[in-house]
Design a protein around this ligand. Structure first.
Ligand SMILES: C[S@@+](CC[C@H](N)C(=O)[O-])C[C@H]1O[C@@H](n2cnc3c(N)ncnc32)[C@H](O)[C@@H]1O
Length: 267
């Protein structure tokens, strides 16, 4: 019998989660409707609550950020440092390319412009470039994470954060609800008491593609009530939920029925 190559989860993920392909959805008009709606959720939350955070000492963790920084645009002015994590090596490479202004890095300028000019109504000619640089500068750590581990950030990161964002991640890496609850709880160990967790979840979804024509990737089918249970199990109180849905819109790369934006606070 021929030896069969057995790929590790990391190799599988790097192979099937195509970070460059995933970034294409951030340039395609079909995905912009829900991206704009979710950008508005972060914007609204930080306009209302950002002043409650001291920008000189508020720490933030991005858990499973993939190759994207879209959720950092609104939060950055309110934090002093961002620890950015993702499981896939290829995703962290994309973030590093962008952070170091490498020409091969993704162009996040249109998203930053949308938040700064349209949502924040800031017409200062330098505002977009300044925000972009501020995000780059505040990402002070780029590290691996693994939601499956008891310590998802490994031995090197042990601190607790004031804010954690995790978007479209945990539902993509587990097979059943109990595991989802456990993974969220694992991530919550890094949140300070009374710290804020902002979660974006693709709901009623079975699978997604990084981009059209790419492999079908698994997603756990979750409904809004499952997120309530997950938060409760993780010791979080849900403060706000917002459903993002547009029946007329086409989402070419996922079969999710809606997205939920959840804000929760650690008890
Ligand atoms: C659909 S992407 C979401 C990316 C990004 N957060 C966003 O908002 O678009 C799912 C992410 O889960 C990451 N991932 C895969 N396995 C993981 C694991 N075991 N633990 C944490 N993240 C994992 C992938 O690398 C990928 O970046």
């Amino acid at each position: 019998m021929e030896d069969q190559e057995v790929l590790s989860y990391r190799e599988e993920t790097n192979l099937h989660f195509n970070s460059k392909a995933y970034l294409q959805r951030f340039t395609d008009p079909h995905d912009l409707w829900y991206h704009a709606a979710i950008l508005k959720c972060w914007h609204t939350f930080y306009q209302e609550h950002g002043k409650e955070f001291d920008p000189t000492k508020t720490s933030m963790l991005e858990f499973g950020g993939g190759p994207t920084v879209w959720d950092l645009i609104s939060v950055t002015p309110f934090v002093s440092s961002i620890t950015f994590t993702d499981f896939a090596d290829t995703s962290r490479t994309e973030i590093q390319l962008w952070k170091s202004k490498n020409p091969d890095g993704h162009n996040w300028k249109p998203y930053i412009e949308y938040v700064v000019r349209t949502l924040e109504d800031n017409n200062d000619p330098n505002a977009v470039n300044l925000r972009e640089q501020e995000i780059r500068d505040k990402i002070h750590q780029l590290a691996p994470c693994d939601a499956r581990a008891d310590k998802p950030l490994g031995d090197n990161i042990q601190e607790e954060f004031d804010i954690i964002h995790t978007n479209l991640c945990l539902e993509a890496v587990c097979d059943d609800k109990e595991t989802f609850y456990r993974y969220l709880k694992n991530v919550c160990q890094y949140l300070k008491p009374k710290g804020c967790m902002l979660i974006v979840t693709a709901c009623e979804c079975h699978s997604y593609q990084c981009w059209k024509g790419e492999d079908n990737l698994h997603a756990l089918y979750l409904e809004s009530e499952d997120l309530d249970m997950a938060c409760k199990t993780a010791g979080l109180t849900v403060l706000k939920k917002h459903i993002v849905q547009d029946a007329s819109a086409v989402n070419a790369t996922s079969n999710s029925k809606y997205y939920q934006f959840t804000v929760a606070q650690k008890n």
